[in-house]
Design a protein around this ligand. Structure first.
Ligand SMILES: *[C@@H]1O[C@H](CO)[C@@H](O)[C@H](O)[C@H]1NC(C)=O
Ligand SMILES: *[C@@H]1O[C@H](CO)[C@@H](O)[C@H](O)[C@H]1NC(C)=O
Ligand SMILES: *[C@@H]1O[C@H](CO)[C@@H](O)[C@H](O)[C@H]1NC(C)=O
Ligand SMILES: *[C@@H]1O[C@H](CO)[C@@H](O)[C@H](O)[C@H]1NC(C)=O
Ligand SMILES: *[C@@H]1O[C@H](CO)[C@@H](O)[C@H](O)[C@H]1NC(C)=O
Ligand SMILES: *[C@@H]1O[C@H](CO)[C@@H](O)[C@H](O)[C@H]1NC(C)=O
Ligand SMILES: *[C@@H]1O[C@H](CO)[C@@H](O)[C@H](O)[C@H]1NC(C)=O
Length: 287
């Protein structure tokens, strides 16, 4: 009879271990019979199938309960960012220097404007969006019966007048009267006030050198027709309204600091953490 603390030789231990791994007398492998191993494996397979099933079910029901046409999570952005084309959103300062007699100094700008405004071509807009001119109930006009998606109002380059690129393919750059396009970034559900439409106001510390600024559409208003934006899925064809600014009277060979602000209720322009909130700043020099 082996007592509990009986000392075993090394070979006995090896043999015991060998019997544990495979016991020919009882037919046990690692202490269980083969059939028990099969049962235990089946048990764990079933266990994990159920766990994975529950997990998949909960994810599935979560996804079902989300309405893809209404965003659930939104950045707490309250005031839109502003960009100026032909430049994309840039972290660095925007320094525009144009030599009117050297088309290389502005050729890339006019090309970029052309590409950006291609989406606003009236042919393209007529296919995608609704002509909202002289309609009172825009919301009714845009809703598509029997569908979850909303249509959107057209914004065509014609509205940009002298900056439309139709008569002047160079957007005034070769005359030293360049056009730039101001775009307000979209925020889902954002309505910029309710009575006075937001408009662009470009100013300079050196206003004498900047001279006259023309705004298109006339007055530089962003029409309420384009607000609110309902989201990418709910309003797939939405195109941002634009305001073009044309500097028609710029003093030559002076670096002019310019600020273009969007003036409107609910649009702030003094966020110290985001210099592009509600406004865009740049320097303009025309040689
Ligand atoms: C503008 O470009 C023309 C032609 O390339 C050049 O002769 C002239 O010096 C440039 N002007 C300035 C101020 O650099
Ligand atoms: C719109 O695009 C068509 C075809 O690409 C072109 O013929 C037309 O001139 C463009 N219209 C405007 C206003 O740019
Ligand atoms: C979006 O534009 C396409 C054509 O590009 C049109 O077929 C579709 O009906 C438009 N969708 C909506 C919701 O206006
Ligand atoms: C939109 O309709 C108005 C009149 O209702 C018309 O004057 C204008 O040319 C139309 N715009 C386009 C882009 O078709
Ligand atoms: C416009 O909004 C202000 C507050 O944002 C509200 O007091 C006013 O009643 C609104 N006016 C209309 C016509 O909805
Ligand atoms: C711009 O909008 C304001 C009110 O929102 C309006 O009084 C003004 O006439 C508009 N300007 C133009 C040129 O349409
Ligand atoms: C534009 O801003 C300037 C400077 O803040 C101001 O004097 C001017 O009245 C503003 N113009 C409009 C139309 O709001």
């Amino acid at each position: 009879m082996a007592t509990f603390n009986e000392k075993k030789t090394c070979s006995q231990r090896m043999e015991n271990f060998g019997r544990f791994v495979w016991n020919p007398d009882t037919g046990e492998l690692l202490g269980r019979t083969l059939i028990k191993w099969v049962y235990i494996s089946l048990y764990y397979v079933a266990f994990y199938v159920v766990i994975i099933g529950l997990f998949a079910l909960s994810i599935f029901s979560l996804m079902k309960s989300l309405n893809p046409y209404v965003p659930d999570y939104q950045d707490r952005l309250s005031s839109p960012g502003v960009t100026i084309r032909p430049f994309h959103y840039v972290e660095e300062d925007i320094n525009i220097c144009i030599n009117t007699s050297n088309s290389e100094s502005w050729g890339s700008y006019t090309k970029s404007l052309q590409e950006f405004l291609a989406a606003y071509n009236s042919t393209v807009q007529a296919v995608q969006n609704v002509n909202c001119t002289s309609h009172d109930n825009i919301k009714a006009l845009l809703s598509t019966p029997g569908s979850k998606t909303m249509r959107a109002c057209q914004f065509t380059t014609e509205l940009l007048g002298e900056c439309s690129g139709e008569e002047d393919k160079n957007y005034g750059f070769q005359d030293g009267k360049p056009c730039f396009v101001i775009k307000m970034n979209r925020i889902i559900g954002f309505v910029p006030g309710n009575t006075t439409a937001p408009y662009v106001n470009c100013t300079s510390k050196n206003s004498a050198a900047l001279g006259q600024v023309k705004y298109f559409p006339n007055g530089g208003n962003f029409s309420f027709d384009y607000f609110p934006y309902y989201g990418k899925k709910a309003q797939p064809n939405y195109t941002n309204p634009l305001v073009a600014v044309k500097f028609v009277d710029v003093q030559r060979n002076v670096k002019i600091p310019v600020v273009c602000k969007i003036v409107g209720t609910k649009i702030s322009t003094d966020n110290p953490h985001d210099p592009y909130e509600g406004k865009v700043e740049f320097t303009l020099e025309i040689q």
